[in-house]
Write a protein that binds this ligand. Structure first.
Ligand code: FES
Length: 142
């Protein structure tokens, strides 16, 4: 079996939603301290719906594929649905990642949560701190 699924290769070679949003409602940036990869997510939110999402990822192919897939999965969805997106769901949507690359999908989940946290804080929207357990800490390589 190939190391990477066709979907991973597709999203790596043709990533969706790459770029920035000038007047983003929320921006989140996370980094992996060990590999040095960085992911930045921009959200445009209107009436609790994610109208647009863009990403910039300086990192490995799995991180780029995970960002691309994660942005596709939350686009047009409510912020509540986006909050529930897990790295496992992103990896499954990519038809799996090699075990030693699972942490790359964590970066996508964390970056989206970080952008949502930024949106909540900017708009004085109450949130549960337990939903952002890692907001102070960069995810670690496994
Ligand atoms: Fe660093 Fe993939 S190796 S995010």
């Amino acid at each position: 079996m190939a190391l990477y699924s066709e979907k991973v290769m597709d999203h790596f070679t043709h990533p969706r939603n790459v770029g920035t949003i000038e007047d983003a409602s929320g921006v989140g940036e996370v980094g992996n301290a060990k590999c040095g990869d960085i992911m930045k997510i921009y959200l445009k939110i209107e009436n609790d719906i994610i109208e647009d999402v863009k990403f910039e990822t300086f990192g490995c192919g799995s991180a780029i594929a995970s960002s691309s897939m994660a942005t596709e999965m939350i686009k047009g969805k409510s912020i509540h649905e986006a909050m529930r997106l897990t790295n496992k769901a992103v990896a499954e949507a990519l038809d799996g990642l090699p075990a030693h690359k699972m942490h790359c999908s964590v970066l996508a989940e964390e970056a989206i949560k970080s952008a949502l946290l930024d949106y909540f804080q900017k708009n004085n929207i109450p949130y549960d701190e337990n939903d952002f357990p890692n907001s102070e800490h960069a995810p670690q390589c496994e």
